[in-house]
Design a protein around this ligand. Structure first.
Ligand SMILES: [Zn+2]
Length: 293
């Protein structure tokens, strides 16, 4: 989980004017024009409160017709423009991986401040964060709780890069490593000293169900490694060992370069290396070769 470079917001107003000008539906164009100055003022509020978005205040745009008029501009060509221009750096930094979970493939764009309750920020670049389908579904229109406290990390403003709070444990019975390996992630949020940030990160993990999703993703990683080793036609011990070590160290090192200190994948491979899991895998693969096909 890494802080991302903030999108470019300088053309947000001219982009809005352009959208109004190009609106084909007359009633939508009228509604948008009526709110144009209000939206521009709200952009300024967003900019001022970008580190405390929970205090952005409620929206004046409440009718479904007005919301539809604005939402309709969040279309394929707008998203394409964002990807190529305002959010170009963000997409590059993410390398296709969802920043919310650090696992899923980026497929969608989240409105951090939900467009359903804050339609004025539908097209504001700083409110747009690319993410995976699973995270987008789980986040939905959530943003602040009943105490007006934020429920998700904002990757443009919150910084948790250097606070290691995620941990992973791996358990297995060496005689049957394939069936008994269990991966369990835990998070010690008390390590986050800033209480406001601690609450946000804790909720982020809870509502996106991250620990559970990491347990599953890690199990998939391990079974992939096992099947690659088992797929080797020649299961000569020293060769299988080189392959297993190379796999674990390669993944650990490439992940270390790009991910923050709470990256589930980096932690997994670091742990597999520390407990010499490769040795156990090699033992398993080479002693079981006769009984398997
Ligand atoms: Zn995700």
């Amino acid at each position: 989980m890494k802080k991302l470079t903030e999108p470019v917001n300088t053309e947000a107003v001219s982009m809005l004017d352009d959208m109004i000008k190009r609106k084909k539906r007359e009633d939508y164009a009228k509604r948008l024009s009526a709110y144009r100055d209000y939206i521009v003022r709200r952009y300024t509020v967003f900019e001022k409160k970008k580190d405390i978005l929970e205090n952005v205040g409620s929206s004046k745009i409440v009718t479904e017709e007005d919301k539809d008029a604005i939402h309709s501009s969040f279309n394929t060509s707008f998203k394409k423009r964002m990807k190529e221009k305002e959010l170009k750096k963000v997409y590059e930094e993410c390398e296709g991986v969802c920043p919310y979970c650090g696992n899923g493939k980026i497929e969608e764009v989240d409105h951090y401040v939900p467009k359903e309750n804050y339609p004025e920020f539908t097209l504001y670049p700083n409110n747009l964060i690319p993410l995976c389908n699973k995270c987008n579904k789980k986040k939905g229109d959530k943003f602040v709780d009943t105490r007006n406290e934020r429920q998700f990390i904002n990757f443009y403003s919150d910084c948790i890069d250097d606070i290691p709070f995620l941990n992973v444990e791996i358990d297995f019975d060496p005689t049957d490593i394939k069936r008994t390996t269990e991966v369990k992630y835990t998070a010690d949020f008390s390590k986050i000293l800033d209480s406001r940030l601690r609450k946000i990160v804790k909720d982020h993990y809870k509502y996106l169900d991250l620990l559970c999703r990491y347990n599953e993703a890690a199990a998939d990683e391990i079974s992939e490694l096992l099947s690659v080793l088992q797929g080797q036609p020649d299961r000569e011990k020293s060769r299988v060992k080189i392959m297993a070590d190379g796999w674990i160290l390669g993944k650990r090192d490439s992940q270390r370069l790009k991910a923050g200190s709470n990256d589930w994948k980096y932690l997994l491979y670091e742990k597999l290396y520390a407990i010499k899991y490769a040795d156990e895998l090699v033992e398993y693969v080479c002693t079981n070769k006769a009984v398997r096909k």
